[in-house]
Design a protein around this ligand. Structure first.
Ligand code: 6PG
Length: 498
């Protein structure tokens, strides 16, 4: 989709043009370089520059670079037409951030940079790269004597400009060099910068991937709450009020805040609420899917995030859904519960499900951190998610506290603060899922979260029968409740075929 610029770009450029160089009256070497002037890249440059650093920029399409530099005549931004000029404009050791599309484009930029760099120069990949790509690049560049940081950067356009949450991975010695810049450009919460050295290799991009999985979960849970309210006849104005109230309470978070704003937005064309004219098919770039694949590989349950990814997939099957909507039967999607009562119940269901989603995401981080020997610090990770990033939320303070008190916490649900919340919410949570289910309203993420909660707290599950089935058809053996663990038994089950 083409981006609306809103403002016409001027070509009256007040900078001094040197051969191949677009300088805003600057002659010294730059502290930082950035390649890739899409919106995130541009905003990061402005952010870095605003903290007192001089920044060189390069973009494959020169006109985009020229326009960007021209728009900021008073800033210490050096635009370069060539990669050679860009590299030469940087102070040593060079610190070059790449903000291009994940995958092949990152490798292509690195390949073209390498012949121009000196050993010890630092390349930072600030895109949403797959952590395994980051591990490969870390080894590749490390073997050649260069330094590499794979940094997850969260916060969207506004965060990039005003202060994102940054999740850098790579060697500690390289982090030490980058720390002053990262700390100055990141968001701050209680004076603490929302950046920390996550771990070596691909740890930073890995944690950003899980952040995004959690982001998917949060967004889907909000959408399910919205769907329930819609069936209960809430108008966009009423929805804006509910979400604004929630944002003033314990559910305070960026995603709840922007949801309230979305309900307030009118469509200039029709005069109706904009949300009502937006087509119900969700896009996704892949980080949620990567999170699921990694969870399966680690045998960690992330059912809330799973439901969120699958909900996006189902939403994208618009034509099939429209066809099925007049073939497959269900109840009338109508909820008659008292509105005030419903708001309280849905609040509890949403909050409980959100706790589960984070419990699962953090569980996966723990498992993977152990597997890779990254030495991840969950309290620090939760702390840097308190500000700047898309999932920033008041309750991340409580998650941070929980891990500060008990770094070896086996599951977030078992931290006393969250246990109390879940115990308090669970009845309304069940009621909301029942109300929605009886009205035929899909609540896959609410249900998956409750299913996890109920499974996790079940001392006995029906897997005894499952083991019997496995033993029946495949002699896979089973353990007995009345014998020590580790002793396996087999039964000669009756034949059932002819
Ligand atoms: C962030 C966001 C950002 C991006 C998502 C969108 O933390 O700033 O997560 O990285 O908006 O990747 O992802 P989808 O297109 O998959 O929704």
């Amino acid at each position: 989709m083409k981006r609306q610029q809103g403002v016409a770009l001027t070509r009256q450029v007040p900078y001094i043009r040197l051969p191949g160089i677009y300088r805003n009256n600057i002659m010294s070497n730059s502290d930082f370089g950035l390649i890739g002037l899409a919106v995130m890249g541009q905003n990061l440059v402005l952010n870095v520059e605003s903290r007192g650093f001089q920044v060189s920029v390069y973009n494959r399409t020169t006109s985009a670079m020229e326009e960007f530099v021209a728009q900021h005549p008073d800033k210490k931004i050096v635009g370069e037409e060539t990669l050679e000029g860009f590299v030469n404009s940087l102070a040593s050791p060079r610190k070059i951030m790449i903000m291009v599309k994940a995958g092949g484009p990152v490798d292509a930029v690195i390949e073209s940079l390498l012949p121009l760099l000196d050993k010890g120069d630092i390349i930072i990949d600030g895109g949403n790269s797959l952590y395994t790509d980051t591990e490969r690049r870390d080894k590749w560049l490390g073997d050649l004597g260069f330094r590499f940081i794979g940094a997850g950067v969260s916060g969207g356009e506004e965060g990039a400009r005003k202060g994102p949450s940054i999740m850098p991975g790579g060697p500690t010695s390289t982090w030490d060099v980058m720390k002053p810049i990262f700390e100055s450009i990141s968001a701050k919460v209680d004076g603490e910068p929302c950046v920390t050295h996550i771990g070596t290799g691909g740890a930073g991009h890995y944690v950003k991937m899980i952040h995004n999985g959690i982001e998917y979960g949060d967004m889907q849970l909000i959408c399910e709450a919205y769907n329930i309210f819609k069936a209960a006849g809430f108008t966009p104005e009423e929805l804006a009020t509910v979400f604004t109230d929630w944002n003033n309470g314990d559910l305070e978070s960026y995603l709840i805040q922007i949801t309230a704003k979305i309900f307030e937005q009118n469509d200039p064309e029709t005069g109706n609420a904009l949300v009502d004219v937006i087509l119900d098919t969700a896009g996704q770039k892949g980080t949620g899917k990567w999170t699921l694949i990694n969870a399966v590989e680690n045998a960690v349950v992330i059912s809330t995030i799973n439901a969120a990814v699958e909900a996006r997939i189902l939403s994208s099957m618009k034509d099939k859904r429209v066809t099925a909507s007049v073939i497959l039967q269900g109840p009338k999607a109508e909820i008659t519960t008292d509105k005030k009562d419903l708001v309280k119940k849905v609040h509890d269901a949403l909050f409980a499900s959100k706790i589960i989603s984070y419990a699962q995401g953090l569980d996966l981080i723990t498992a993977m951190g152990e597997e890779k020997g990254w030495g991840l610090d969950l309290a620090k990770i939760a702390a840097i998610w308190r500000g700047g990033c898309i999932i920033r939320a008041r309750f991340l303070n409580d998650i941070t506290d929980a891990y500060r008190k008990d770094p070896k916490l086996s599951n977030l649900m078992l931290a006393p603060f969250f246990t109390d919340l879940l115990n308090g919410f669970q009845q309304n949570w069940r009621e909301v899922i029942s109300i929605a289910t009886l009205a035929g309203i899909p609540v896959p993420a609410f249900s998956a979260s409750l299913g996890y909660y109920d499974s996790y707290r079940s001392a006995v599950l029906p897997a005894n029968l499952l083991q019997a089935q496995r033993d029946f058809f495949g002699a896979h053996t089973y353990e007995r409740t009345d014998k020590p663990r580790g002793e396996f038994f087999h039964t000669n089950w009756p034949d059932v075929i002819g």
